[in-house]
Design a protein around this ligand. Structure first.
Ligand code: CTP
Ligand code: MN
Ligand code: MN
Length: 494
């Protein structure tokens, strides 16, 4: 048996251990530095450095430790030692993660290059989470950053989910979406099927797809779907703003297979939204960059504050979750004056129109009626005043320029923007609901209903047992009502 890399000197390290005066800034992270290869003096130097930056560093490896950092590139002896310790959920990281984190002054996201991969074949079975610490079946009990270590699998599963969605086959669609969501939350890449043992929401079909990809680098079932004419056509039609699965299906049944065919067909009547969708197709099917979102934030900020200086403007949706690109930019605007919020949105739209930057606007007045709560159809749209916009964004307003096609010399592009305006006392619920992701929201609601006997939607949280609404001014209040650990927006990319 191999000796523990740092075990020999452990007791001494404890005795000599420097007093821990520094305040711990990152409660979720407890480091352990492996002495082997690093050496005692470097280990003690790095320990002090980390503590001075607010990291908790343990002298002894216990189940309190969340991150093991090693300079030992002989991974197999490290893993042999770790297995004896039976800490299957600890992150095993290369020193590069540690130095990156020191430089940033915070624990940086773990990337594949930071991970020390296990080379021992038997580890797979044992590395699965043990019962007490297992991965939750609810996305709202998992932390999912934008970094997806299992994209090769999740992309494939999402194709299948979508194809079932096109066929209105909800069960398998949801099953594949849940499976993809679990895989997105893993801080490690699945390298063999054994590693998925014990993970929730992975059915037989999903496992078969994973195995296919592990063996051949691709899934034949998914490839077949990707080249399926019906799938391709529905995918194409639903990529147009305003065209949902129902309309796409109708056009497909009429034998239409391309945009030109749909536009030429006399029985096809496009509504205003679809007309704008086709008109600006090139622009709005191109992702919106973070810089473009920031520029739009300035534009919306200015338009809102020109009307009510005390109003609140918050970015929500994918950009609030830290995504680099999005299909649109989502904003919540609200006024501290109760009842002002609806008027505010209409005035903001007028302001934008005066700047001649509104290419399309679908305004939906509020139908919010607090006496009609709680709503039992928790998958339905919310009742706040909102608008779906296409705005004209000038290149000169975007730092680093537009995210546009090469050779595009227009100097502007069209961008999709959503605005929603809840009353201030509904703000926290609206913010939570509009931050997403969709899967995260679905599971928050499912968790509330099944685990807590509560009804959650974008307006309120209702406790069915106590028969009362629970007030919240922040998202943290809502998580607390639900008895959930707080999940930061950038950890909601489920
Ligand atoms: N949403 C909602 N009611 C609507 C529209 C959207 O509650 N009428 C919520 C969705 O559930 C989603 C969030 O608002 O969680 C953002 O929606 P969307 O912009 O479609 O998705 P993003 O997550 O922002 O993704 P992307 O970056 O592609 O825009
Ligand atoms: Mn969005
Ligand atoms: Mn949106």
């Amino acid at each position: 048996m191999l000796r523990a890399p740092a075990a020999r000197k452990r007791s001494r390290a404890v005795e000599v251990g420097v007093p821990r005066r520094e305040e711990v800034k990152f409660e979720d992270v407890r480091l352990f530095l492996v002495e082997r290869k690093m050496g005692r003096s470097r280990r003690s130097f790095l320990t002090q450095l980390a503590r001075s930056k607010g990291f908790a560093v343990e002298d002894v490896l216990s189940d309190e430790v969340t991150h093991v950092v090693s300079e030992d590139n002989q991974a197999s002896s490290l893993w042999t030692w770790l297995k004896q310790k039976n800490l299957p959920n600890v992150h095993v990281l290369d020193i590069s993660w540690f130095t990156d984190s020191m430089r940033e002054g915070r624990p940086v996201a773990m990337e594949t290059r930071h991970l020390i991969q296990d080379t021992l074949p038997t580890w797979a079975e044992r590395s699965t989470p043990t019962p007490g610490t297992s991965v939750s079946q609810y996305a709202c009990q998992r932390r999912t950053t934008t970094e997806n270590n299992n994209k090769i699998f999740t992309d494939a599963l999402e194709v299948l989910a979508e194809s079932y969605e096109f066929n209105e086959n909800e069960g398998p669609c949801l099953a594949f979406r849940r499976a993809a969501s679990v895989l997105k939350s893993l801080p490690w890449a699945v390298q063999n099927l054994g590693a998925t043992q014990g993970l929730p929401c992975l059915g037989e079909h999903t496992k078969a797809i994973i195995e296919e990809i592990l063996q051949h680098g691709r899934s034949f079932e998914v490839e077949k779907m990707l080249s399926d004419e019906r799938y391709q056509t529905l995918k194409l039609f639903t990529s147009v703003f305003g065209v949902g699965p129902k309309t796409a299906e109708k056009w497909y049944r009429r034998g239409l297979r391309s945009f030109s065919a749909a536009l030429a067909d006399r029985s096809v009547h496009l509504n205003r939204m679809q007309q704008s969708g086709f008109l600006h197709y090139g622009d709005i099917s191109r992702a919106v960059s973070k810089a473009e979102a920031q520029s739009l934030r300035n534009i919306i900020d200015e338009a809102v504050h020109a009307i009510t200086p005390t109003a609140i403007v918050a970015v929500t949706g994918g950009f609030r979750r830290g995504k680099e690109f999005g299909h649109d930019v989502d904003f919540i605007v609200s006024s501290p004056e109760a009842g002002e919020e609806e008027r505010l949105l209409e005035d903001v739209i007028d302001g934008l129109k005066k700047q001649h930057i509104v290419l399309f606007c679908d305004y939906q007045a509020s139908t919010f009626d607090i006496t009609k709560l709680p709503s039992h159809s928790f998958d339905a749209m919310d009742h706040f005043a909102k608008c779906f916009l296409i705005l004209r964004l000038e290149a000169s307003q975007v730092e680093g320029g537009l995210h546009c096609a090469e050779g595009d010399r227009r100097g502007w592009r069209a961008v999709r923007v959503d605005l929603v305006s809840p009353p201030m006392d509904r703000y926290a619920y609206a913010l939570l609901g509009w931050t997403g992701s969709r899967q995260f929201e679905r599971d928050l609601r499912r968790f509330a209903r099944l685990k807590r006997g509560m009804l959650l939607d974008n307006h309120a949280l209702y406790d069915k047992t106590k028969k009362e609404f629970l007030a919240a001014t922040t998202e943290k209040d809502i998580f607390a009502h639900l008895g959930l650990e707080y999940i930061e927006p950038w950890q909601r990319n489920a």
